[in-house]
Design a protein around this ligand. Sequence first.
Ligand SMILES: Cc1cc2nc3c(=O)[nH]c(=O)nc-3n(C[C@H](O)[C@H](O)[C@H](O)COP(=O)(O)OP(=O)(O)OC[C@H]3O[C@@H](n4cnc5c(N)ncnc54)[C@H](O)[C@@H]3O)c2cc1C
Length: 289
Amino acid sequence: MFENFDVKEWASLKDYSTIKIGGKARWLIFPKNALEVKKILKILKKNNLKYFILGNGSNTLFDDNGYDGVIISLKKLNKIEFDGDCVYSDAGVNLFVLGQKLKMHGLSGLEFCHGIPASLGGFVYMNGGCFGHEIGEFVEEVLVLRDDKIITLKKDQLKFSYRKSNLQDCVILKVLLKLTQNSPEIVKENMDNYYDKKKASQPCDLPSLGSIFKAVYGDKTIYVSKMIDTLGLKGVKIGEAEISNKHAGFIVNTGNATSKDFKDLIALIQKELAKVNVYPELEIIMLEK
Ligand SMILES: Cc1cc2nc3c(=O)[nH]c(=O)nc-3n(C[C@H](O)[C@H](O)[C@H](O)COP(=O)(O)OP(=O)(O)OC[C@H]3O[C@@H](n4cnc5c(N)ncnc54)[C@H](O)[C@@H]3O)c2cc1C
């Protein structure tokens, strides 16, 4: 069925998520361009197979039992083109790689993302952000696959809000970003400063999925990690999944944690938060088998 594509059967999903948890995927496919993504989705529809679009897996918890459908990894969509202060980047480009290129070209704007292990497409899908910025601020247009068609959506057709975009029914293929010219030295300094702040407050040296819960609840901002800390849960461990001692909003994998360890720990946090009437939404995606 997939003989014309780069495909792995029964690939371990541990290697495709930053938390290093997960069983095997029946199929893991690596399209090389937008047209291949379209062709693959056509085959999946025809054969009634379930699928999941994967960026860099920095927000995705795979199940210990794996996935019995098709994981479409976009990591081979990895071209970046520059035109003045605009950058046209494939969705699979890792933010670290993009950041290094932006530094070389002296382009400012995305320094706040330095150190986030996401793909650009995944970050746009989630409208990721930190330090008062969100990626949506910089997106001029996107090339997407929607309803079997590859189309361009311009800025005025895009909607971004806290960890949401109106692209969640699409496959994001390419993103046009508008940045600001700066000197490579200043871009580097900004990146280093942001990364130093991240390292000081987050367990960047251990596998994680970033913040487990959203900081917005209804129309209110809640500091979930502070609450978890106040409840005395830092360092609590189930199996080899641990509520980080450095940042209570993160769960880290201290060795060979399973998805069950991870989910049980989330359930424990939710139970404790419910006692103080706090019911935050999950930020991470938990993909069931
Ligand atoms: C150490 C660490 C620090 C982090 N810090 C931050 C932070 O400061 N701010 C923040 O917002 N997040 C942060 N995160 C969380 C994470 O990086 C973001 O949620 C990011 O947007 C996920 O991108 P990804 O490519 O890894 O997505 P994945 O985990 O691969 O996928 C996440 C979701 O996006 C979908 N998706 C991915 N790519 C596409 C695409 N091209 N088209 C359509 N759908 C797609 C997937 O189907 C899935 O539903 C952090 C994570 C880690 C591990």
